[in-house]
Design a protein around this ligand. Structure first.
Ligand code: HEM
Length: 199
């Protein structure tokens, strides 16, 4: 925000949202340090960060439909922050898996990557999110112009890959990943419906 920008209620709301989205990370650290994370803190952290990454992606995809409903651009002003939080939680998730779980054993990670379909899906999602995070700045938006919008449509593919990752890794009780799949289907379906209705 430039120095000439006005300090509005949206600016305050941004601070509140920022703190709210940091809270799960703090809660995770507190749970691990206090021993409340259970017998396997690495597993706990992998699950919590993965879940938060997915939630942030879904939340980010809710902003455009909110703009249509409320006929206001205010939700869009939270898009970058929420997108970057999704990236933050996903990077933490990846780091916990590679550093803490696999102890940077490249051979074992590569084996996992080729052997487990759910790891491939997670990897695809992560790789697609990288260019989106890199091009999230205002300068990049300006530089890329219309291409920025096209590039950021990759978030749809990244979200589908993330949901597939969750569906494929879940053993037994499949309800939660399917709930995410349903939410994503609605969020993407709304976009398709609007596109075709408008022609
Ligand atoms: C290279 C990238 C990734 C790797 C290596 C990876 C690895 C893992 C592993 C090992 C688990 C635990 C599996 C188990 O319990 O058996 C997991 C769970 C999960 N991951 Fe990933 N992941 C990746 C990317 C992602 C991305 C991009 C997202 C979402 C945006 C994501 C969301 C999740 C979710 C939601 C869970 C399940 C959490 C739960 O059980 O509550 N992952 N991931």
């Amino acid at each position: 925000m430039g120095s000439s920008a006005r300090w509005t209620w949206v600016s305050w709301l941004k601070i509140v949202v920022f703190l709210l989205l940091c809270a799960p990370a703090v809660a995770m650290v507190v749970a691990v340090v206090s021993g409340r994370a259970g017998p396997n803190p690495i597993e706990f952290l992998t699950h919590e960060t993965g879940e938060m990454g997915l939630r942030m992606l879904m939340l980010g995809l809710m902003l455009t439909p909110m703009r249509w409903w409320f006929k206001s651009t205010v939700p869009i002003r939270f898009r970058r922050m929420i997108g970057l939080f999704a990236f933050f939680y996903v990077i933490m998730h990846f780091a916990i898996y590679t550093v803490l779980d696999q102890q940077l054993d490249i051979a074992s990670i590569t084996e996992d990557l080729f052997k487990r379909t759910y790891i491939i899906a997670g990897f695809v999602s992560l790789v697609l999110l990288v260019p989106l995070a890199i091009t999230s700045t205002k300068a990049m938006m300006r530089r890329l112009g219309k291409r920025w919008l096209s590039l950021h449509k990759l978030v749809y593919v990244a979200s589908i890959a993330a949901v597939l990752h969750y569906i494929w890794l879940a053993k037994g009780d499949q309800i939660e990943p399917l709930v995410y799949a349903a939410i994503l289907a609605v969020l993407l379906g709304m976009r398709l419906w609007r596109k075709f209705r408008r022609g």
